[in-house]
Design a protein around this ligand. Structure first.
Ligand SMILES: [Zn+2]
Ligand SMILES: [Zn+2]
Length: 424
Protein backbone atom coordinates (compact mmCIF):
# COMPACT_ATOMS: atom_id res chain seq x y z
CA UNK A 1 0.00 0.00 0.00
CA UNK A 2 2.85 2.32 -0.90
CA UNK A 3 0.53 5.08 -2.09
CA UNK A 4 -0.96 5.84 1.29
CA UNK A 5 2.23 5.61 3.32
CA UNK A 6 3.19 8.98 4.66
CA UNK A 7 -0.35 10.32 4.23
CA UNK A 8 -2.23 11.79 7.10
CA UNK A 9 -5.44 10.17 8.36
CA UNK A 10 -7.80 11.01 11.19
CA UNK A 11 -9.11 8.33 13.54
CA UNK A 12 -12.84 8.03 12.78
CA UNK A 13 -13.68 7.49 16.45
CA UNK A 14 -11.59 10.13 18.25
CA UNK A 15 -10.29 12.37 15.45
CA UNK A 16 -6.65 11.96 16.48
CA UNK A 17 -4.34 12.49 13.50
CA UNK A 18 -1.90 9.80 12.39
CA UNK A 19 0.71 9.40 9.69
CA UNK A 20 0.16 6.20 7.78
CA UNK A 21 3.08 3.82 8.04
CA UNK A 22 4.01 0.72 6.07
CA UNK A 23 2.77 -2.35 7.93
CA UNK A 24 4.18 -5.87 7.90
CA UNK A 25 2.04 -8.28 5.80
CA UNK A 26 -1.20 -8.93 7.67
CA UNK A 27 -0.41 -6.26 10.27
CA UNK A 28 -2.85 -3.74 11.68
CA UNK A 29 -2.56 -0.19 12.94
CA UNK A 30 -4.70 0.84 15.89
CA UNK A 31 -5.27 4.35 17.14
CA UNK A 32 -2.95 4.91 20.10
CA UNK A 33 -5.48 7.30 21.58
CA UNK A 34 -8.79 5.38 21.57
CA UNK A 35 -7.79 1.92 20.33
CA UNK A 36 -9.94 1.94 17.18
CA UNK A 37 -8.72 0.02 14.15
CA UNK A 38 -7.25 2.52 11.69
CA UNK A 39 -6.18 0.32 8.80
CA UNK A 40 -4.78 -3.12 8.05
CA UNK A 41 -2.36 -4.56 5.58
CA UNK A 42 -4.23 -7.21 3.62
CA UNK A 43 -2.00 -8.99 1.10
CA UNK A 44 -3.65 -9.23 -2.31
CA UNK A 45 -6.77 -7.51 -0.96
CA UNK A 46 -8.45 -6.77 -4.32
CA UNK A 47 -8.14 -10.33 -5.65
CA UNK A 48 -9.24 -11.92 -2.40
CA UNK A 49 -12.21 -9.62 -1.89
CA UNK A 50 -13.28 -10.02 -5.52
CA UNK A 51 -13.13 -13.83 -5.38
CA UNK A 52 -15.01 -13.94 -2.09
CA UNK A 53 -17.75 -11.50 -3.14
CA UNK A 54 -18.27 -13.50 -6.36
CA UNK A 55 -18.55 -16.70 -4.30
CA UNK A 56 -20.97 -15.04 -1.88
CA UNK A 57 -23.13 -13.79 -4.77
CA UNK A 58 -23.32 -17.17 -6.52
CA UNK A 59 -24.23 -18.93 -3.27
CA UNK A 60 -26.78 -16.24 -2.48
CA UNK A 61 -28.47 -16.77 -5.86
CA UNK A 62 -28.67 -20.52 -5.10
CA UNK A 63 -30.02 -19.69 -1.62
CA UNK A 64 -32.85 -17.74 -3.23
CA UNK A 65 -33.72 -20.29 -5.92
CA UNK A 66 -34.14 -23.56 -4.05
CA UNK A 67 -36.25 -24.73 -1.06
CA UNK A 68 -34.97 -23.21 2.17
CA UNK A 69 -36.75 -25.25 4.81
CA UNK A 70 -39.43 -27.89 4.65
CA UNK A 71 -41.82 -28.89 7.37
CA UNK A 72 -43.19 -32.41 7.70
CA UNK A 73 -46.31 -32.62 9.77
CA UNK A 74 -48.84 -35.45 9.88
CA UNK A 75 -47.69 -36.88 6.57
CA UNK A 76 -47.75 -33.50 4.82
CA UNK A 77 -44.60 -31.75 3.61
CA UNK A 78 -44.58 -28.01 3.03
CA UNK A 79 -41.43 -26.54 1.60
CA UNK A 80 -40.53 -22.89 1.65
CA UNK A 81 -38.26 -20.47 -0.12
CA UNK A 82 -36.07 -17.87 1.56
CA UNK A 83 -38.52 -15.20 0.51
CA UNK A 84 -41.49 -17.03 2.11
CA UNK A 85 -41.11 -15.43 5.55
CA UNK A 86 -41.41 -11.87 4.34
CA UNK A 87 -44.22 -12.81 1.96
CA UNK A 88 -46.21 -14.63 4.64
CA UNK A 89 -46.01 -11.59 6.93
CA UNK A 90 -47.33 -9.44 4.08
CA UNK A 91 -50.20 -11.85 3.47
CA UNK A 92 -51.08 -11.78 7.17
CA UNK A 93 -51.57 -8.02 6.94
CA UNK A 94 -48.16 -7.11 8.40
CA UNK A 95 -46.63 -5.76 5.22
CA UNK A 96 -44.28 -3.35 7.01
CA UNK A 97 -42.67 -6.19 8.91
CA UNK A 98 -42.57 -8.37 5.80
CA UNK A 99 -40.84 -5.58 3.90
CA UNK A 100 -38.27 -5.18 6.69
CA UNK A 101 -37.47 -8.91 6.65
CA UNK A 102 -37.34 -8.94 2.83
CA UNK A 103 -35.03 -5.90 2.67
CA UNK A 104 -32.58 -6.86 5.43
CA UNK A 105 -32.27 -10.56 4.55
CA UNK A 106 -32.39 -10.40 0.73
CA UNK A 107 -32.35 -6.99 -0.97
CA UNK A 108 -29.69 -5.15 1.05
CA UNK A 109 -27.17 -8.03 1.13
CA UNK A 110 -27.69 -8.54 -2.62
CA UNK A 111 -27.20 -4.83 -3.39
CA UNK A 112 -24.08 -4.75 -1.19
CA UNK A 113 -22.56 -7.71 -3.07
CA UNK A 114 -23.46 -6.28 -6.50
CA UNK A 115 -22.17 -2.84 -5.51
CA UNK A 116 -18.86 -4.24 -4.29
CA UNK A 117 -18.45 -6.29 -7.48
CA UNK A 118 -19.22 -3.18 -9.54
CA UNK A 119 -16.31 -1.46 -7.76
CA UNK A 120 -13.90 -4.38 -7.52
CA UNK A 121 -14.04 -5.85 -11.05
CA UNK A 122 -12.84 -2.69 -12.86
CA UNK A 123 -10.36 -1.87 -10.06
CA UNK A 124 -8.87 -5.34 -10.39
CA UNK A 125 -8.04 -4.47 -14.02
CA UNK A 126 -6.72 -1.04 -13.14
CA UNK A 127 -9.82 0.90 -14.21
CA UNK A 128 -11.93 3.27 -12.16
CA UNK A 129 -15.68 2.56 -12.55
CA UNK A 130 -18.03 5.48 -13.24
CA UNK A 131 -20.00 6.88 -10.28
CA UNK A 132 -17.55 5.16 -7.94
CA UNK A 133 -18.22 7.52 -5.03
CA UNK A 134 -21.99 7.08 -5.36
CA UNK A 135 -21.79 3.25 -5.38
CA UNK A 136 -19.35 3.23 -2.44
CA UNK A 137 -21.69 5.50 -0.44
CA UNK A 138 -24.61 3.19 -1.24
CA UNK A 139 -22.65 0.09 -0.15
CA UNK A 140 -21.51 1.83 3.04
CA UNK A 141 -25.05 2.91 3.83
CA UNK A 142 -26.46 -0.60 3.34
CA UNK A 143 -23.77 -2.53 5.22
CA UNK A 144 -25.24 -2.07 8.72
CA UNK A 145 -28.64 -3.25 7.38
CA UNK A 146 -27.42 -6.36 5.57
CA UNK A 147 -28.19 -8.88 8.27
CA UNK A 148 -27.22 -12.27 6.83
CA UNK A 149 -25.67 -13.55 10.07
CA UNK A 150 -28.60 -12.40 12.19
CA UNK A 151 -31.05 -14.04 9.80
CA UNK A 152 -29.11 -17.30 9.96
CA UNK A 153 -29.27 -17.23 13.76
CA UNK A 154 -33.02 -16.58 13.53
CA UNK A 155 -33.30 -19.62 11.25
CA UNK A 156 -31.46 -21.84 13.74
CA UNK A 157 -33.75 -20.68 16.54
CA UNK A 158 -36.80 -21.37 14.35
CA UNK A 159 -35.59 -24.88 13.47
CA UNK A 160 -35.03 -25.81 17.12
CA UNK A 161 -38.30 -24.21 18.24
CA UNK A 162 -40.23 -26.19 15.62
CA UNK A 163 -38.80 -29.54 16.57
CA UNK A 164 -41.53 -30.43 19.03
CA UNK A 165 -44.19 -29.34 16.51
CA UNK A 166 -43.03 -30.99 13.34
CA UNK A 167 -40.10 -32.56 11.52
CA UNK A 168 -37.96 -29.82 10.00
CA UNK A 169 -35.99 -30.66 6.85
CA UNK A 170 -33.27 -28.18 5.90
CA UNK A 171 -33.14 -27.49 2.17
CA UNK A 172 -30.26 -26.90 -0.25
CA UNK A 173 -30.87 -23.16 0.03
CA UNK A 174 -30.25 -23.13 3.77
CA UNK A 175 -26.76 -24.57 3.32
CA UNK A 176 -26.09 -22.21 0.42
CA UNK A 177 -27.29 -19.31 2.57
CA UNK A 178 -24.98 -20.23 5.44
CA UNK A 179 -22.01 -20.62 3.07
CA UNK A 180 -22.87 -17.31 1.40
CA UNK A 181 -22.89 -15.60 4.78
CA UNK A 182 -19.39 -16.89 5.59
CA UNK A 183 -18.06 -15.91 2.15
CA UNK A 184 -19.63 -12.46 2.55
CA UNK A 185 -18.09 -11.96 6.01
CA UNK A 186 -14.70 -13.11 4.71
CA UNK A 187 -15.00 -10.77 1.71
CA UNK A 188 -15.66 -7.83 4.00
CA UNK A 189 -12.73 -8.77 6.22
CA UNK A 190 -10.38 -9.08 3.25
CA UNK A 191 -11.22 -5.76 1.64
CA UNK A 192 -8.98 -2.77 2.27
CA UNK A 193 -11.08 0.36 1.54
CA UNK A 194 -7.94 2.41 1.01
CA UNK A 195 -7.45 0.52 -2.29
CA UNK A 196 -10.46 2.30 -3.75
CA UNK A 197 -8.79 5.68 -3.82
CA UNK A 198 -5.29 4.71 -4.91
CA UNK A 199 -5.67 6.12 -8.41
CA UNK A 200 -7.77 9.08 -7.40
CA UNK A 201 -6.53 12.43 -8.68
CA UNK A 202 -7.72 14.06 -5.45
CA UNK A 203 -4.98 13.88 -2.89
CA UNK A 204 -4.93 14.33 0.82
CA UNK A 205 -3.88 17.64 2.23
CA UNK A 206 -0.15 18.15 2.52
CA UNK A 207 1.90 17.76 5.67
CA UNK A 208 2.49 21.51 5.71
CA UNK A 209 -1.22 22.23 5.78
CA UNK A 210 -1.67 19.70 8.58
CA UNK A 211 1.10 21.26 10.58
CA UNK A 212 -0.56 24.64 10.38
CA UNK A 213 -2.97 23.13 12.93
CA UNK A 214 -6.15 24.35 11.23
CA UNK A 215 -9.37 22.39 11.99
CA UNK A 216 -9.94 19.59 9.51
CA UNK A 217 -12.92 17.94 7.88
CA UNK A 218 -12.80 14.14 7.81
CA UNK A 219 -14.96 12.52 5.14
CA UNK A 220 -17.03 9.70 6.67
CA UNK A 221 -17.24 7.96 3.30
CA UNK A 222 -13.59 7.72 2.26
CA UNK A 223 -11.51 9.29 5.03
CA UNK A 224 -10.30 12.25 2.96
CA UNK A 225 -8.99 15.10 5.09
CA UNK A 226 -9.51 18.69 4.03
CA UNK A 227 -9.03 21.95 5.92
CA UNK A 228 -12.34 23.29 7.22
CA UNK A 229 -11.43 26.59 5.57
CA UNK A 230 -11.96 25.01 2.11
CA UNK A 231 -15.67 25.62 2.72
CA UNK A 232 -16.64 22.40 0.90
CA UNK A 233 -20.06 20.84 1.57
CA UNK A 234 -19.36 17.55 -0.17
CA UNK A 235 -16.27 15.39 -0.35
CA UNK A 236 -14.47 16.01 -3.66
CA UNK A 237 -13.41 12.35 -3.75
CA UNK A 238 -16.52 10.29 -2.87
CA UNK A 239 -19.30 12.90 -2.73
CA UNK A 240 -20.32 12.29 0.91
CA UNK A 241 -21.67 15.27 2.83
CA UNK A 242 -18.96 16.86 4.92
CA UNK A 243 -19.50 17.98 8.47
CA UNK A 244 -17.01 18.68 11.21
CA UNK A 245 -19.09 16.65 13.69
CA UNK A 246 -22.31 14.75 12.89
CA UNK A 247 -25.06 17.35 12.58
CA UNK A 248 -26.91 17.98 15.84
CA UNK A 249 -25.69 14.61 17.08
CA UNK A 250 -26.69 14.91 20.75
CA UNK A 251 -30.27 16.11 20.15
CA UNK A 252 -30.93 13.63 17.37
CA UNK A 253 -29.60 10.71 19.38
CA UNK A 254 -31.72 11.74 22.39
CA UNK A 255 -34.85 11.97 20.23
CA UNK A 256 -34.28 8.53 18.72
CA UNK A 257 -33.49 7.00 22.11
CA UNK A 258 -36.61 8.38 23.78
CA UNK A 259 -38.79 7.16 20.91
CA UNK A 260 -37.18 3.72 21.15
CA UNK A 261 -37.62 3.57 24.93
CA UNK A 262 -41.33 4.43 24.59
CA UNK A 263 -41.89 1.80 21.91
CA UNK A 264 -40.12 -0.82 24.01
CA UNK A 265 -43.19 -0.85 26.30
CA UNK A 266 -45.79 -1.95 23.71
CA UNK A 267 -43.12 -4.23 22.21
CA UNK A 268 -43.18 -6.20 25.46
CA UNK A 269 -46.86 -5.82 26.34
CA UNK A 270 -48.39 -6.96 23.04
CA UNK A 271 -47.91 -10.47 21.66
CA UNK A 272 -45.26 -10.93 18.99
CA UNK A 273 -46.83 -14.12 17.66
CA UNK A 274 -49.42 -16.78 18.22
CA UNK A 275 -48.86 -20.48 17.59
CA UNK A 276 -52.17 -22.20 16.85
CA UNK A 277 -52.19 -25.99 16.95
CA UNK A 278 -55.39 -27.95 16.22
CA UNK A 279 -57.35 -24.72 16.51
CA UNK A 280 -55.92 -23.91 19.91
CA UNK A 281 -53.19 -21.56 20.95
CA UNK A 282 -52.37 -18.52 22.92
CA UNK A 283 -50.50 -15.36 22.02
CA UNK A 284 -46.87 -15.05 23.11
CA UNK A 285 -45.07 -11.92 24.17
CA UNK A 286 -41.27 -11.79 24.02
CA UNK A 287 -40.98 -12.79 27.67
CA UNK A 288 -43.60 -15.55 27.59
CA UNK A 289 -41.89 -16.94 24.47
CA UNK A 290 -38.62 -17.11 26.39
CA UNK A 291 -40.29 -18.77 29.37
CA UNK A 292 -41.88 -21.38 27.09
CA UNK A 293 -38.54 -22.14 25.45
CA UNK A 294 -36.90 -22.64 28.85
CA UNK A 295 -39.89 -24.65 30.06
CA UNK A 296 -39.54 -26.95 27.04
CA UNK A 297 -35.95 -27.63 28.04
CA UNK A 298 -34.26 -25.34 25.51
CA UNK A 299 -32.22 -23.47 28.12
CA UNK A 300 -29.49 -22.17 25.85
CA UNK A 301 -31.92 -21.03 23.21
CA UNK A 302 -34.21 -19.34 25.74
CA UNK A 303 -31.31 -17.46 27.26
CA UNK A 304 -30.05 -16.48 23.80
CA UNK A 305 -33.43 -15.05 22.81
CA UNK A 306 -33.67 -13.30 26.18
CA UNK A 307 -30.23 -11.82 25.70
CA UNK A 308 -30.76 -10.45 22.17
CA UNK A 309 -34.38 -9.36 22.68
CA UNK A 310 -34.29 -7.89 26.18
CA UNK A 311 -30.72 -7.45 27.46
CA UNK A 312 -29.26 -5.99 24.25
CA UNK A 313 -31.97 -3.33 23.62
CA UNK A 314 -32.05 -2.27 27.30
CA UNK A 315 -28.25 -2.16 27.56
CA UNK A 316 -28.14 -0.18 24.34
CA UNK A 317 -30.70 2.37 25.54
CA UNK A 318 -28.96 2.78 28.91
CA UNK A 319 -25.41 3.02 27.58
CA UNK A 320 -26.26 5.49 24.81
CA UNK A 321 -28.20 7.65 27.28
CA UNK A 322 -25.25 7.56 29.67
CA UNK A 323 -22.78 8.43 26.88
CA UNK A 324 -24.97 11.39 25.88
CA UNK A 325 -25.12 12.55 29.51
CA UNK A 326 -21.34 12.43 29.89
CA UNK A 327 -20.89 14.33 26.63
CA UNK A 328 -23.38 16.97 27.74
CA UNK A 329 -21.62 17.32 31.09
CA UNK A 330 -18.32 17.65 29.17
CA UNK A 331 -16.94 14.84 31.27
CA UNK A 332 -13.30 13.82 30.78
CA UNK A 333 -13.76 10.52 32.63
CA UNK A 334 -12.06 7.54 30.91
CA UNK A 335 -12.73 8.51 27.29
CA UNK A 336 -11.08 5.36 25.98
CA UNK A 337 -13.50 3.09 27.86
CA UNK A 338 -16.48 5.21 26.86
CA UNK A 339 -15.42 4.94 23.19
CA UNK A 340 -15.09 1.18 23.62
CA UNK A 341 -18.58 1.01 25.08
CA UNK A 342 -19.91 2.94 22.10
CA UNK A 343 -18.13 0.57 19.70
CA UNK A 344 -19.76 -2.47 21.34
CA UNK A 345 -23.17 -0.75 21.37
CA UNK A 346 -22.94 -0.13 17.65
CA UNK A 347 -21.96 -3.70 16.81
CA UNK A 348 -24.40 -5.72 18.91
CA UNK A 349 -27.55 -3.69 18.14
CA UNK A 350 -28.61 -5.45 14.95
CA UNK A 351 -28.58 -8.90 16.62
CA UNK A 352 -31.85 -8.00 18.30
CA UNK A 353 -33.46 -8.54 14.90
CA UNK A 354 -33.28 -12.30 15.58
CA UNK A 355 -36.74 -12.21 17.14
CA UNK A 356 -38.23 -10.34 14.18
CA UNK A 357 -36.73 -12.85 11.73
CA UNK A 358 -37.98 -15.67 13.93
CA UNK A 359 -41.56 -14.39 13.68
CA UNK A 360 -41.21 -14.05 9.90
CA UNK A 361 -39.73 -17.51 9.47
CA UNK A 362 -42.31 -19.23 11.66
CA UNK A 363 -45.17 -17.40 9.95
CA UNK A 364 -43.84 -18.46 6.54
CA UNK A 365 -43.12 -22.03 7.56
CA UNK A 366 -46.06 -22.98 9.67
CA UNK A 367 -49.16 -22.51 7.57
CA UNK A 368 -50.72 -25.95 7.69
CA UNK A 369 -54.31 -24.71 7.89
CA UNK A 370 -56.15 -26.49 10.70
CA UNK A 371 -53.14 -28.50 11.85
CA UNK A 372 -50.87 -25.66 12.83
CA UNK A 373 -50.48 -21.99 12.02
CA UNK A 374 -48.33 -19.18 13.32
CA UNK A 375 -49.77 -15.69 13.29
CA UNK A 376 -47.59 -12.62 13.77
CA UNK A 377 -48.58 -10.17 16.50
CA UNK A 378 -48.42 -6.38 16.59
CA UNK A 379 -45.75 -6.57 19.32
CA UNK A 380 -43.29 -7.72 16.65
CA UNK A 381 -43.80 -4.48 14.71
CA UNK A 382 -43.20 -2.40 17.85
CA UNK A 383 -40.15 -4.46 18.63
CA UNK A 384 -38.74 -4.06 15.10
CA UNK A 385 -39.22 -0.28 15.47
CA UNK A 386 -37.21 -0.34 18.71
CA UNK A 387 -34.34 -2.17 17.00
CA UNK A 388 -34.34 0.20 14.01
CA UNK A 389 -34.54 3.33 16.17
CA UNK A 390 -31.69 2.22 18.46
CA UNK A 391 -29.58 1.39 15.40
CA UNK A 392 -30.22 4.88 14.01
CA UNK A 393 -29.50 6.34 17.46
CA UNK A 394 -26.11 4.61 17.60
CA UNK A 395 -25.34 5.85 14.08
CA UNK A 396 -26.26 9.44 14.88
CA UNK A 397 -24.04 9.57 17.97
CA UNK A 398 -20.64 11.06 17.22
CA UNK A 399 -17.99 9.32 19.34
CA UNK A 400 -15.56 12.18 18.66
CA UNK A 401 -17.67 14.30 21.02
CA UNK A 402 -16.33 12.13 23.87
CA UNK A 403 -12.83 13.32 22.97
CA UNK A 404 -13.60 16.94 22.21
CA UNK A 405 -13.68 17.88 25.88
CA UNK A 406 -10.64 15.76 26.71
CA UNK A 407 -8.60 17.33 23.94
CA UNK A 408 -9.06 20.72 25.56
CA UNK A 409 -6.49 19.67 28.14
CA UNK A 410 -3.81 20.33 25.55
CA UNK A 411 -3.61 16.88 23.99
CA UNK A 412 -4.30 17.88 20.43
CA UNK A 413 -0.79 17.20 19.19
CA UNK A 414 -0.36 14.76 16.36
CA UNK A 415 0.77 11.30 17.23
CA UNK A 416 3.06 9.27 15.10
CA UNK A 417 1.73 5.87 14.15
CA UNK A 418 3.96 2.87 14.59
CA UNK A 419 7.52 3.34 13.50
CA UNK A 420 6.77 5.80 10.72
CA UNK A 421 8.77 8.96 10.36
CA UNK A 422 7.03 12.28 10.38
CA UNK A 423 7.66 13.64 6.88
CA UNK A 424 9.83 16.70 6.94
ZN1 LIG B 1 -8.88 7.08 17.88
ZN1 LIG C 1 -15.06 11.18 0.79
Amino acid sequence: MADAVGELIACHECDRLHWQAALPPGGRADCNNCGALLYRDIPDSLNRALALYLTALLLFIIANSFPFLALEFGGRVESNLLISGGWALYEMGMGELGLLVFLTSIVFPLLTMLGMLYLLIPLRFGERPPAMGLVWRLVNGLLPWSLLGVFLLGTLVAVIKLQDLANVIPGVALFAFAASMFAYAAARANFDPRKLWVGSPIRQLTADAARAGAPLHTCHGCGLLRPLSDGLHHCPRCGSRLHYRKTDSVNRTWALLIAAALLFIPANVFPIMEVIQFGQGEPDTIISGVIKLIGAGFWGLGLLVFFVSIVVPVAKLVSLAWLLKTVQKRSSWRPRDRTRLYRVTEVVGSWSMVDVFLVGLLTGLVSLDVLATVRPGIGATFFASVVILTMFAAMSFDSRLIWDTCDEDGETDEHVQGSSEVPA
